[in-house]
Design a binder for this molecule. Sequence first.
Ligand SMILES: Nc1ncnc2c1ncn2[C@@H]1O[C@H](COP(=O)(O)OP(=O)(O)OP(=O)(O)O)[C@@H](O)[C@H]1O
Ligand SMILES: [Mg+2]
Length: 270
Amino acid sequence: MSTTPNIVLNVNGIEVIYNHVILVLKGVSLNVPEGKIAAVLGGNGAGKTTTLRAISNLLKAERGEVTKGSIELRGDRIENLTPADLVNRGVVQVMEGRHCFAHLTIEENLLTGSYTRTDKGEIAANLEKVYNYFPRLKTRRTSQAAYTSGGEQQMCAIGRALMTNPSVMLLDEPSMGLAPQIVEEVFEIVKDLNTKEKVTFLLAEQNTNMALRYADYGYIMESGRIVMDGAAADLRNNEDVKEFYLGMGGGERKSFKDVKSYKRRKRWLA
Ligand SMILES: Nc1ncnc2c1ncn2[C@@H]1O[C@H](COP(=O)(O)OP(=O)(O)OP(=O)(O)O)[C@@H](O)[C@H]1O
Ligand SMILES: [Mg+2]
């Protein structure tokens, strides 16, 4: 019997074009194994959000489309499913920038996550589950989201996604704008949801350091391409990753493209 985990999400050579002309993803392939945390890493504009939006079929609102390649969920093609179909199949996205409804309370926000279901008992049980993972949200349940902290809003966004009973969560930039301690708190909860609720995660992060501490596998993206991938532990120990993404090099070079020309230059000089 094989011990290789099943692949939940398979993204195969996708290209994404915005506004019919701007080619942003130039053949991106990645796999997310069942029960694991995978991370797409890279700087501003690398294409992380576009990748997540392609999977959850949220590109249309941005005038984007997948023009090549395929996306499979447990072996089924999903490019033509709506975001609501995907939620019914257990795939939910937490968008970059949190997007809580500012004028609703935390609890009302959470309840919007259960709109596809009608069973009141089930919804109440789900709410309890969310409060169990996010005790901070319970104490803030009657507060208007607009008056809660950035960390609480991120928790609220993840909690709302959890209300859909997902098996796969796409989490875009959970660390954005949060203090390191809060980022850690959020990632601890992600890890908890992964181990206890068996939620599979694909997260997009600029915070390579934090993401590689919690993820099992990482894909590093630059200018719409995956330039490197590997087990998180291997990436953490990779000299180029350390230098360019973990801020341990102290140099001014910022990308693998620069590494290549730098190494070429070094060879010439040698
Ligand atoms: N709606 C859009 N129309 C045109 N171009 C877009 C659109 N959305 C994103 N882009 C471009 O696509 C590229 C990838 O953007 P994307 O948001 O996927 O990057 P990202 O890795 O998520 O960056 P960040 O870390 O800043 O969130 C960028 O060059 C961006 O300018
Ligand atoms: Mg982004």
